[in-house]
Design a protein around this ligand. Structure first.
Ligand SMILES: Nc1nc2c(ncn2[C@@H]2O[C@H](COP(=O)(O)OP(=O)(O)OP(=O)(O)O)[C@@H](O)[C@H]2O)c(=O)[nH]1
Ligand SMILES: [Mg+2]
Length: 420
């Protein structure tokens, strides 16, 4: 792993409101990839220069800075074309990478499960495919310098060969991914059959999703040892974990924790992580976790909402959890409608969060009494399996069950409703 390689970050200000924030974040991403930011160069332009991203003068400035800071890597805040990378590398004598490439590198070092590794690999291959020309044309340049036109043919063939190798690899990884996705689908189906409601934690990376998951599992989990990984770094979590919670009042639900978002999340990654991310799409309730101590929280929420749309999460009921209130220096825990201000490290906050989840998740429940003739024993079993049965009595007319169940499910048992 690269350690503390001197790096210069560069960014074009195309007059977007979030420019400074996205440069700050680029620096954090650089650190997350163990690179050391030693310089920052920005330029305001109406559009990127087609050949070199920056204008000529700025490119020279960057080249100078590379020399004075002894940098060997340059990272651009936007996705670069293969020729922009090539031209910048020529002009500065440093390795040039873009934001997408950087995020892919971070994901690659963080991926631990087989599925996450495959997903990252797929995203990387898809990123490389249209960029193959860079390496190949460098190769061609070198060849033509030495051997003239005669060698051009070999270069082209090599490019074609590389392309086919990558396409072949892409198919291979896709195939392997399908298998693990299928087992996910089976798990999801089994969960759907259990009629347990699911709650999904979503939000920006480092907001505290996994911390909240662990607090809930510790207090309400079936197995309190099933903790997930928490760390103060970008993209600590790269897979999805699901845990069952036994909430107060004989209610249970499933809670899932997944990959965090970041602005300009590479579309190759979003596509590759589709199955991991789409866990949220199946949820009954979303908890959007926001770092309340971060001055850029509004932009982070915007990004989260945009990413949720991109991965096809429908308009689900959502509670916004403003977390890290202890760092924000405001009062907590406080709940107003669908918003709650908490600190994941505070017990009262977790109590209020659970109360909020329960109210929202089970809002549509009603308590009904059903009289089931003894001949229909299977219905008694089915009600017991799916819902919270509060009382069971035996009368001449049959078994009388007092059940708490979603209003929507009552219709299925209409004919057994106790008449009184
Ligand atoms: N002070 C304080 N720190 C918190 C709170 N919640 C989480 N943290 C810290 O914030 C850091 C990130 O927490 P995680 O739970 O890993 O964040 P995450 O949202 O799961 O991040 P990703 O997995 O990267 O998406 C850790 O160092 C936590 O200890 C909080 O309420 N107060
Ligand atoms: Mg996490």
């Amino acid at each position: 792993m690269e350690q503390n390689i001197n790096t210069i970050i560069i960014g074009l200000n195309l007059d977007q409101a979030d420019f400074n924030y996205s440069m700050e974040e680029l620096e954090q991403l650089t650190t997350a990839n163990h690179l050391k930011t030693v310089g920052k160069v920005t330029q305001k332009l109406p559009h990127p220069e087609a050949a070199t991203y920056f204008g000529k003068g700025k490119v020279e400035e960057v080249a100078q800075l590379v020399v004075t800071t002894n940098a060997s890597t340059i990272i651009a805040n936007d996705e670069l074309s293969p020729s922009q990378i090539r031209n910048l590398e020529k002009a500065t004598n440093a390795t040039v990478m873009d934001r997408t490439g950087l995020i892919l590198e971070i994901f690659a070092t963080r991926a631990h499960t087989r599925e996450a590794k495959l997903q990252v690999e797929l995203a990387k291959l898809k990123y490389q495919l249209p960029r193959l020309r860079t390496g190949a044309s460098q190769h061609l340049d070198q060849q033509s310098a030495g051997g003239g036109l005669a060698n051009r043919g070999t270069g082209e063939t090599k490019l074609e060969l590389n392309r086919r190798t990558i396409e072949h690899q892409i198919n291979h990884v896709r195939h392997e991914l399908k298998e693990s996705e299928q087992s996910h689908a089976t798990q999801r189906k089994r969960r759907a059959e259990s009629h347990l409601k699911t709650v999904a934690l979503v939000g920006y990376t480092n907001a505290g999703k996994s911390t909240i998951m662990n607090q809930l599992v510790q207090r309400f989990g079936e197995n309190e040892d099933k903790q997930v990984f928490v760390k103060n770094m970008l993209f600590a979590t790269l897979d999805t974990s699901v845990r069952k919670l036994e909430l107060p009042g004989h209610r249970s639900c499933l809670l899932s924790d997944t990959v965090g978002f970041v602005s300009k999340l590479p579309h190759q990654l979003v596509a590759a992580f589709q199955s991991t991310l789409s866990e949220a799409a199946q949820a009954d309730l979303l908890l959007q976790v926001v770092d309340y101590s971060d001055p850029n929280q509004a932009l982070m929420m915007e990004t989260t909402n945009a990413t949720l749309q991109e991965i096809g999460v429908p308009e689900l009921p959502m509670i916004t959890v403003f977390n890290k209130a202890d760092l924000a220096g405001t009062a907590y825990p406080i709940r107003t409608g669908h918003e709650i201000i908490i600190s994941a490290k505070d017990e009262h906050s977790i109590d209020l969060l659970v109360e909020t989840i329960t109210t929202q998740l089970f809002a549509d429940e009603v308590v009904k009494s059903f009289t089931i003739p003894f001949a229909d024993g299977a219905v008694v079993e089915s009600l017991n399996r799916q819902f919270a049965v509060q009382q069971t009595d035996y009368t001449e007319a049959g078994t009388v069950l007092t059940v708490r169940l979603p209003q929507a499910a009552v219709g299925r048992y209409q004919k057994y409703l106790t008449s009184n």
